[in-house]
Design a binder for this molecule. Structure first.
Ligand SMILES: [Zn+2]
Length: 259
């Protein structure tokens, strides 16, 4: 199995998963043309679209893609029904012929029906887990997102994380602001600057690296927890509260309006 990133729109990634004999699956489809061009130039035969959630920057290319390649759209059972032909729920397993075996993990938070696809040491996390960040809480609650990330965190540490956006450099600015003394974040900032300078994607990342550098996987770490308590001027907080505060803290840091 080989996996490539196709950059689309401003900062989205479409992932092409190539199996044996040039069969492939495509994860999310914010834009069709660059993906069709990559598939045609490699002589690939698409077997399925895997869709993580309903947002337009993951779906806007589906119609054009299907008119060229009429394949099933495997996606969340509870959203994006305009597109999804093969709805999947938590724990569902399925095979894409010639590509591989997949398992579905539901991950509500960014949207309520969001799903993550797992296969052969890889997790396609859409807008749930980013490198050094996580999706904004457009539909779900902090408690739901924390639970979703906690489940992803139980995967093996060497799991490769393929996410839906190139947000790493921006996300690391907040990570470093929240944990200025974390040497793993400092090292990752330097690495990411170089990778971006070379015009390469900063993903996939590994779950092990995310556990060391991603504030949304680190809310139970004493140093970050103390910083969160200080930011919120609270005396003690639950894990769910800590997660919600980190999410708001990052939105404030990024200058985004509270939801
Ligand atoms: Zn989204």
């Amino acid at each position: 199995m080989q996996i490539y990133a196709i950059p689309v729109l401003d900062d989205n990634y479409v992932w092409i998963i190539e199996g044996d004999n040039r069969q492939c699956a495509v994860v999310d489809l914010g834009e069709a043309e660059p993906v069709i061009a990559a598939i045609a130039s490699r002589g690939l035969v698409p077997q399925a679209i895997l869709l993580t959630h309903h947002h337009w920057d993951h779906t806007a290319g589906i119609q054009a893609f299907l008119s060229r390649y009429p394949v099933p759209v495997i996606g969340p059972a509870t959203e994006a029904q305009t597109w999804v032909t093969d709805p999947k729920r938590d724990g569902d397993a399925f095979t894409v012929a010639g590509v591989g075996d997949f398992r579905v993990l539901t991950s509500p938070g960014h949207t309520l029906g969001h799903i993550v696809f797992l296969t052969e040491g890889a997790a396609f996390t859409g807008d749930t887990l980013f490198s050094a960040g996580c999706g904004r809480l457009f539909e779900g609650t902090a408690a739901q997102m924390l639970h979703s990330l906690d489940r992803i965190a139980t995967l093996p540490d060497d799991t490769l994380i393929y996410c839906g956006h190139e947000y790493t450099a921006d996300s690391l600015r907040f990570a470093q602001h929240a944990e200025p003394d974390n040497p793993a974040i400092r090292a990752r900032v330097a690495e990411v600057a170089k990778v971006r300078q070379d015009g390469r994607p900063t993903v996939p990342t590994t779950l092990a690296l995310e556990k060391k550098t991603n504030p949304f996987l680190r809310i139970r770490e004493p140093g970050l927890r103390e910083a969160v308590i200080h930011y919120a001027s609270a005396s003690s907080i639950t894990d769910e509260e800590a997660f919600g505060i980190v999410r708001r803290w990052k939105d404030d840091f990024d200058g985004l309006k509270p939801l």
